[in-house]
Design a protein around this ligand. Sequence first.
Ligand code: PHE
Length: 341
Amino acid sequence: MSDDLLDQIAAAGSLQALDAVRVAALGKSGSITAMLKSLGAMDPATRAAEAPKIHALREQISTALAERKTALEDAELDRKLATETIDLSLPVDTGPRGTVHPVSQVMDELAEIFADLGFSVAEGPEIESQWYNFSALNMPENHPARAMQDTFYLEPREGEDEPRVLRTHTSPVQIRTMEKTPPPIRIIAPGRVYRSDSDATHTPMFHQIEGLVIDRAITLGHLKWTLETFLKAFFERNDVAIRMRPSYFPFTEPSAEVDVGYSIENGRRVVGGQDGWMEVLGSGMVHPRVIANCGLDPDEWQGFAFGTGVDRLAMLKYGMDDLRAFFDGDIRWLKHYGFRA
Ligand code: PHE
């Protein structure tokens, strides 16, 4: 019995074959298992004589199985080492790599520029209540200014008196920030905004960045300096000129649209110089009513705010001419304009 099993173990040429021998001997219905079971039916004297022999046999077989297993594993490893080689000098195929989308790139650039000026980044939801998107910004219901922006309204929910909107600008983040942060406040709020509009220079979703400063004795001079400093840093030119034109926004008083000077280089408009002007942002001194809507005393706190299109800034700086291409996800466009991470 024992020699027979030992022969089978020695003859097993693979781990599977060896395991078959193990099951046949020590498995649930294996031969040695059957011998162990038979002990129970023996009279005490026979059992006392047989038990040590059977246990010794099991021990011998287990040991032989374990030794053979190690030997087979070692042989397998030797075979692998002999046949498989790794050439560490081969060039690595990394596969296609992604790039940073120009919008993300520009948002990062802006966050960095404003961080140097002491601004932190604030965020708000893209689905907004009409209070935050309009009313708190001094655009009460039926105010004609609400029609200035082609708003996407959501289906009203149960028990909702007013449908929510996809925010049409990043200005609601002004309100949310003033509500929860005691002044002085210096924030920028980059993010997605939505308007029902689509052509070469408008997409239904686009990106804005809002700026807000609230402190004591803030003036238009601070606004102008901040905008000039940021535009020079962003366009990386010292000859960036700005022009402020009186304008109207319900949430700022006075309000100004800001143009940046451009010149024509190689047939293209580039920012810098003063051959012509193009509008780049909206701005103004935060309306006292907006400050009061956030629970602050407008006699104590003043500030300025501005808002601009991130995609538009990217187009001007990097020379893209169709805004829609930003959101088509065309790999060739992304490869061309994307930034290496
Ligand atoms: N929210 C305005 C817009 O989207 C821009 C703006 C922001 C104007 C802040 C003034 C102050 O048109």
